[in-house]
Design a protein around this ligand. Sequence first.
Ligand code: FE2
Ligand code: FE2
Ligand code: FE2
Ligand code: FE2
Length: 405
Amino acid sequence: MLFRLNEFLMAVSFALDFVEMDILGMASNHGKRTAYISISIAKEMRLSSEELHDVAALAMLHDNGLSEYSLHEKLATKELKNVALLEGVKEHCTIGERNIKNYPLLTNVKNIIKYHHERYDGTGFFNLRGEEIPLMSQIIAIADALEKTFDLQNNNHDMQNKVCEFVRNQENVSFSSRIVKAFFKVTEDKMFWMNLENGFISIALEKRIPKHSLELSFEEIHGITNVLSKIIDSKSSYTQRHSQGLSEKAAIMADFYNLEKEEKMKLIIAADLHDIGKLAVPNDVLDKPDKLSDEEFKIIMKHPEYTRLALQEIKGFEDITEWASNHHEKLNGKGYPRGMTEKELDFNSRLMTCLDIYQALTEERPYREGLSHEKAMEILKSMMENGFIDTKITKDIDYVFSKLS
Ligand SMILES: [Fe+2]
Ligand SMILES: [Fe+2]
Ligand SMILES: [Fe+2]
Ligand SMILES: [Fe+2]
């Protein structure tokens, strides 16, 4: 399909915004502001339209390694909810680089995210010096540094002066003269500072990114969504392989039903992304060991709707959006968030619901082993008998996975 990269990028950034919100406890727009400053500088340096697209995408994604790192190192504690501190760890650069390996870029740049904390004088994480640092990394580095060091949202002359003074002082220390010169050119645009404010940043950024499409197969798109599923899974230590496991099971059932290749790939992509809305649920709620309060349960119940919001803007993703967002709906109308009924739920939506339950029950959690196939099927069958889930699909899952367990 003709894949509109910008639409996808916006969906990804929508999701990443929530990760920031969770790590930092607020909507920081860190990725977006970094991207806006980066693309402005890159434009000033006359990078090509393809390069501008890539620098914006990479800048938006530059800290995608943070959530995984903070989770694994249990850094997401209150006192470390500070982007500057979290970013002070080298691993988020290598994890971030690895995660975007299959992301569709338009130019052949490499290691841009890996080197986004390098400094011109060679004192960065990897001690690259001067022009050894890829140009896009240099651009993202200055944008990131300004975003982290200053409260750009609070737009006033005092802040602007401080930023400019900092950039001047860092010439040939953190940043090259070329970059510094381009930055000052950028600040001549009267709209530059205002566009960085929370109320303007999303639209300003979207407008500035050149529109590009790529002809990608659903298989190639899966190469990207597979990475996203890892970012989604790594949000919570309770669900470390949930989306990936669901995706594998969706593939098995698609083969069992002899689905066409394209439909199979769409189903797999839907499984990759079905819980992308969970990125919007705070970890305090997701990882709560005790019973959830009504309020907290209401927050959890919103996650499929956030999945819909993130995916529905992507043209060509209509089926995927539907199958991904309906995974907690039930045939008898007792599901969430929409309370859809039998008539509204197509086969693949029903399949996703059944598989999601089966996956959740059989996967290992920190506080319990995964249930055996038989135990899991007892629960699915009782849901089937009570009209919650599809009878045929439940029986098929029993048949297919009893052989594999
Ligand atoms: Fe960083
Ligand atoms: Fe950053
Ligand atoms: Fe879910
Ligand atoms: Fe799920």
